[in-house]
Design a protein around this ligand. Structure first.
Ligand code: CDV
Length: 312
């Protein structure tokens, strides 16, 4: 039986600070219905798809930011999305901030994506691994990117799940720039990688990269797809959010590395692609036949060290 899954990249335009969860969920439902009418079985939303990108502001007492986080999923605010998705028989992947309160009183703050199957069951929740930005207030910046203050890096790595008749993995925003992200999933046979992102066009530490944001976005996802023989779906929250312009250019990339669908606007927009999961094998069994051609015995530094070790 050939395996095809029609996937939608459900891009969001900006979510401003005073937009309520109810308003945002209404937009997510509209995108879901549009995607369904285009034949989608799986709808992928961006990173932090329920709120504005709040790490652009610093608060001295982190608990003042707790209202940006969800305490459970689904919850009262997102239940309408879960209900409509189940009614339509459509799965989805949703990014949000999670406040994880443990019975021992410890609290963890994660940047996560939850994958939901077509029958409404939760497949899994991925926690962001590579947390970019800074830990402390940097008042000289035009806007903050204090993700390292608001989120812990996940200790879990990159699991994959059997879902949507294939092998599915997830990554979040900055994760997409790191080849290890795709390769760890590639080594588990991944066929579909779902990635939400919020990428400000202005990169404060090195503005010479601003003009290259779109190029780098495509470069890393196309390379990740091709080098691991997998589909990659990258979905933006784009446009001008609270004065900060963010990259859109959501895309669906084939295992060949070719972009097969891409958004044209910086607003709420859906693009779909019919993904042939068996296409992955063409790459996994030839050029990227890992078992035949990889040389893990000489790749030690990849997991053995973090930074650069210069030669003598
Ligand atoms: N949300 C992100 O992870 N954004 C980063 C920015 C800071 C570079 C990104 O990699 O797009």
């Amino acid at each position: 039986m050939p395996r095809h899954v029609t996937v939608a990249a459900a891009q969001l335009g900006p979510i401003q600070k005073d937009h309520t969860r109810a308003e945002v969920v209404e937009r997510l439902v509209v995108l879901l219905q549009r995607a369904h009418s285009m034949g989608a079985e799986l709808v992928v939303y961006p990173e932090l798809a329920l709120t504005t990108f709040f790490p652009r502001w610093f608060v001295e007492d982190i608990r003042e930011a707790d209202h940006w986080y969800e305490r459970s999923m689904p919850n009262e605010a997102t239940q309408p999305l879960f209900d409509e998705a189940r009614r339509l028989g459509v799965g989805f992947c949703l990014g949000y901030a999670l406040l994880d309160e443990q019975p021992d009183g410890s609290v963890h703050r994660w940047n996560v994506q939850t994958l939901v199957e077509r029958d409404g069951s939760i497949v899994g929740t991925y926690k962001k691994t590579h947390i970019p930005g800074h830990e402390h207030h940097e008042p000289d910046r035009p806007f903050q990117h204090a993700e390292r203050y608001y989120f812990e890096p996940s200790p879990d790595g990159f699991p994959v799940w059997r879902a949507f008749d294939g092998i599915v993995g997830m990554a979040i925003c900055n994760d997409r720039r790191w080849p290890e992200t795709y390769r760890v999933m590639g080594l588990q046979g991944v066929e579909l990688v779902l990635i939400g992102y919020n990428t400000p066009i202005h990169y404060v530490p090195d503005p010479s990269q601003d003009i290259l944001q779109g190029f780098h976005n495509a470069l890393v996802m196309q390379a990740g797809a091709y080098q691991n023989g997998t589909w990659v779906v990258g979905v933006a929250k784009g446009g001008v959010e609270e004065g900060v312009d963010s990259l859109a250019q959501s895309m669906i990339v084939a295992p060949s590395g070719q972009i097969v669908a891409q958004t044209l606007t910086t607003d709420d927009e859906v693009v779909v692609a019919r993904c042939d999961l068996d296409w992955c094998a063409k790459y996994k069994n030839t050029l990227f036949d890992f078992d035949r051609y990889r040389r893990p015995e000489v790749y030690g530094p990849i997991t053995g060290q973090r930074g650069v070790a210069l030669p003598e």
